[in-house]
Design a protein around this ligand. Structure first.
Ligand code: ARG
Length: 249
């Protein structure tokens, strides 16, 4: 084989290998999440499970593709779909105008909001009571934004709602702000702690890289289907019960 032929053969082989890899990657629907957020996503042993995982698995099923899921810190979840590392970001992600600048959102699948976790002995009369106090939040969340923008102060950032609540118990912070469901999970079995009414009104949706209309359509159709056929309600009930039980252990 002369040099020219060899070069052609080698580049053909390289192209074939690259194609192979690309095809393999494309065959899976890759979800990215942050799995300290029961009942939406939490660890069952080594497995990531929860409502959001079921939603994304249903999207993969609809597309007839394999499914995989990975967990990272919450502030790396949206960047992972922007960079193309993942296809679907689902992590109890609240739709916000700021995030909308960087990603597309599916139709919402849950209406919810954030609450204040407080010590019963301190009580909680309303958001005015939070001013100037030490507030724990999970970093990168709408709870962090609330402290920065509404209270105009720096929050104490933790890597999970449970870690923030541990800081409340140890006295490092005076209050915690978190989404209602993980907050409820954290105070379960804690006789000294309570949660407030909603202090915001938010909606969760799946985040997707901009410019993927077919994927967005598949996610929106899946959400409509799981709402209509009762699967979403069933997952909410089942995973709430399961994560409450984990707390009892
Ligand atoms: N809903 C809040 C937000 O979007 C908190 C979400 C945190 N999710 C998580 N899996 N840790 O900012």
């Amino acid at each position: 084989m002369n040099t020219k032929r060899l070069t052609i053969a080698v580049s053909a082989l390289a192209a074939a290998l690259m194609c192979g890899c690309a095809r393999q990657d494309d065959s899976r629907v890759k979800m990215i999440t942050e799995a300290t957020f029961p009942p939406y996503e939490f660890m069952r042993g080594k497995d990531i499970v929860g409502i959001d995982v079921e939603i994304c698995r249903a999207v993969a099923q609809k597309l007839g593709r394999e499914f995989s899921c990975e967990t990272v810190d919450f502030d790396s979840v949206i960047p992972a779909v922007i960079s193309g590392k993942a296809d679907l970001a689902a992590a109890g992600i609240t739709v916000t105008e700021d995030r909308r600048k960087n990603v597309d959102f599916s139709v919402p699948y849950v209406k919810t909001g954030i609450v204040v976790v407080y010590k019963k002995k301190d009580g909680f009369a309303g958001p005015d009571q939070l001013k100037g106090r030490k507030i724990g939040v999970q970093g990168g969340t709408t709870s962090e934004t609330y402290v920065l923008e509404q209270l105009k102060q720096e929050p104490d950032r933790s890597r999970s709602p449970a870690e923030a609540v541990a800081a409340l118990k140890s006295g490092r912070v005076d209050f915690v702000i978190a989404d209602i469901d993980p907050a409820k999970n954290c105070v379960k079995g804690e006789a000294d702690l309570a949660i407030s009414d909603f202090i915001t009104s938010e909606e969760y949706a799946v985040a997707i890289k901009k410019g993927r209309p077919e994927l967005l359509k598949a996610v929106n159709e899946t959400i409509a289907e799981i709402k209509a056929d009762g699967r979403l309600a069933k997952w909410i009930a089942e995973y709430t019960a399961e994560s409450d039980k984990l707390k009892d252990k």
